[in-house]
Design a binder for this molecule. Structure first.
Ligand code: ACO
Length: 334
């Protein structure tokens, strides 16, 4: 019997996933010793119990390379077959060249063109968007998309409103061209640059004192107005979810799993409630990793597939939101 699929016909499918996180665990109890906070406050206000933390001497590319190899192995794709490597990060190894090139060299993807994408927590879906477009218009057949962040080095460990939220890690997917019914059914993204002051990190950017040769300590850290970001996040994630599902030619009721950006359990619950998606259909790993920005969704996808939670043929909706603001959504049939 022929299976009948609702929705659009995909050009590209996720053929493999992988992830890599640091071994070092920073628990809420550990944070209680650093700032005036409690396990109870962090758990109830964010859903986070622990996060992974990189060690001195490690690099973003180390995690990207491990996640990439896992995804390639899962997809049974040889690195030489890759046409594209797109790496989403706001915490690359160097100011330049792009970390994607370091990965390209390490895995031996000699035929690929590689670049980095900077779109904060939405970076992975921005990379997926670019790769899907390239495959859909026939410019590529196989792409590696990675989301990877070192956020704990950007933490101001005296600011309890931010340092409890973030974690480190990397996730990757391999995207193949397809003539199958399984794949990316719709993908959306957007930005709104008038909210940059709500969530940012100056770092070695030209807006900071780095330019005058006097990098200030405070500029190294991530800054966020959490309450404001929270309100925008719920509204934008909901709107993005509705638009992305509609573009796929589906209803919210057709979604088997919501795989959202893991930023705050209360944001996720508020969005799921508005969408009328029960929490049993929401994949969560925020308790283990906190907010890993662009690594959040690919880590979640890999865990959900590896643990048999997302099954072949099921449809997932992923929605992301990040500083800037940036946002994106994808509906994918596995
Ligand atoms: N421990 C204990 N108390 C705390 C902590 C803490 N870690 N942090 C804040 N508080 C206190 C505050 O000082 C405040 O105390 P007060 O009432 O005496 O003034 C009280 O708790 C309430 O603070 P709020 O900021 O109102 O707490 P809220 O419930 O809004 O939670 C949070 C803060 C978790 C930051 C939330 O606003 C949030 O998740 N925002 C969104 C973050 C996000 O989604 N970012 C996404 C993008 S990330 C990216 O792009 C890199």
């Amino acid at each position: 019997m022929t299976e009948v699929f609702k929705g659009t016909k995909p050009a590209a499918r996720i053929a493999g996933t992988g992830h890599s996180v640091p071994d070092k665990i920073l628990s809420n109890a550990d944070l209680e010793k650093i700032v005036d906070t409690s396990d109870e406050w962090i758990t109830t206000r964010t859903g986070i119990k622990e996060r992974r933390m990189v060690s001195r001497g490690e690099k973003t590319s180390d995690y990207c390379i491990r996640a990439a190899r896992q995804a390639l192995n899962d997809a049974q794709v040889d690195p030489i077959e890759l046409d594209l490597i797109i790496l989403a990060t706001i915490s690359g190894d160097l100011r330049f060249p792009a970390t994607a090139l370091i990965v390209q060299n390490a895995i031996g993807a000699k035929k690929a063109t590689a670049w980095d994408v900077s779109a904060t927590c939405s970076g992975f879906l921005f990379g997926l968007y670019q790769a899907e477009m390239a495959i859909a218009c026939g410019r590529a057949k196989k792409a590696l998309i990675i989301g990877s962040e070192f956020l704990t080095p950007m933490n101001d460990w005296t600011d309890r409103t931010t340092c409890v939220l973030f974690g480190d890690g990397a996730g990757a997917v391999v995207l193949n061209d397809t003539s199958d019914e399984r794949g990316i059914l719709s993908i959306t993204n957007g930005t709104n640059g008038d909210q940059c002051d709500l969530l940012y990190c100056i770092g070695a950017g030209t807006a900071g004192s780095f330019n005058s040769g006097e990098p200030s300590d405070g500029e190294k850290y991530l800054r966020m107005n959490g309450n404001e970001v929270f309100k925008h996040a719920v509204r934008i994630l909901y709107r993005t979810a509705i638009e992305t599902v509609k573009l796929a030619g589906l209803e919210v009721a057709d979604i088997d799993w919501l795989v959202p950006h893991q930023a705050n359990i209360r944001i996720i619950q508020a969005v799921a409630e508005r969408l009328n998606i029960p929490m049993e259909k929401v994949f969560l790993n925020i308790h283990k990793y906190g907010n890993t920005s662009s690594a959040s969704v690919p880590i979640a996808l890999n865990e959900a597939r590896r643990d048999g939670i997302i099954k072949d043929g099921q449809v997932i909706l992923s929605v992301v939101f990040g500083g800037g603001f940036t946002w994106g959504g994808a509906v994918v049939r596995f």
